[in-house]
Design a protein around this ligand. Sequence first.
Ligand code: 5AD
Ligand code: FES
Length: 344
Amino acid sequence: MKTIINHLAENQVVSRDDLRKLLTNITKEEQEYLAEKAREVRHQVYGHDVYTRGLIEFTNYCKNDCYYCGIRRSNKQASRYRLTKEDILLCCKEGYELGFRTFVLQGGEDGYSTDDYIEDLVRSMKEEYPDCAVTLSIGERSYESYKRLYDAGADRYLLRHETANEEHYGILHPKELTLQNRKQCLINLKNIGYQVGCGFMVGSPGQTVDNLIDDLEFVKELAPHMVGIGPFIPHKDTPFAEKEQGTLEMTLRLLSIIRLMNPHVLLPATTALGTIHPKGREQGILAGANVVMPNLSPVEVRKKYMLYDNKICTGDEAAECRVCLQKRMESIGYCLVVDRGDYK
Ligand code: 5AD
Ligand code: FES
């Protein structure tokens, strides 16, 4: 196993068979060795800095019906909200004062989020905070729409591919959503010039080890700037309510493999990882991650952006999360930095 890990660290690739071994037959000591190698690479590229992004969950209206997601349109229990432009700019103001230099506008696929609306929002954010990066995470849109928002000043776009396997994609989504369209969106975003993030859930229903290998190969081929992964966590009001959640170990293992396959990639230790284990985000950083994405949304709406059950930080003010994360990172020898946190 160490030979495989060393080969991966030196060449940034291994065969599917070797990936299968890493994902199935690894001991605790071997996984620690894998994490150590991933940390080494991460230190070479990003040192001990941890980048931070302020997440603004600005709408939980969504026209889609993904089976795993708590804000799917069929969830009649979800109490819907939409922040106003003024609310959003206030989040940015607070975030800026706290040292955030990247704002992520994330929301469901909301009909209210027209090109005109988002374009105006992005322009205002860039005008008030020209030294900040604006990231959009608002789902699948046309090439023309992505282009307009890019021209308005958006720097980055997050769109998890969710799974790179057609059959598995069909288990997670209703048939109006296709992997082909998802992939085309990512290619369009990249061609337009965005810094792009893809990603997937670990342990989602129906996921096989082969699916995960497909994900790793897809990431390698797309060569995105960022990869967001976190454990699948069931939400009580979705068709997957009774499914099992993804594990900490598998998520950490994948973080390390992704770091070794893509040394420069921006890799968040996600809120979902922090939700399944009290030290999940710290362990994520120690496995090779280099980004955290705390919430900047007003506390009044936080409980309403429930993609999965028991999400952490829904009662904490942005300032509390900032201090909390800083302490957490310092406790493991890392440092939250005031920086846009661009891809190196
Ligand atoms: N568990 C974990 N992650 C989820 N997401 C959506 N629902 C869940 C869930 N139940 C992730 C998806 C989406 C991102 C915004 O959140 O991967 O792309
Ligand atoms: Fe939100 Fe710790 S990061 S309370």
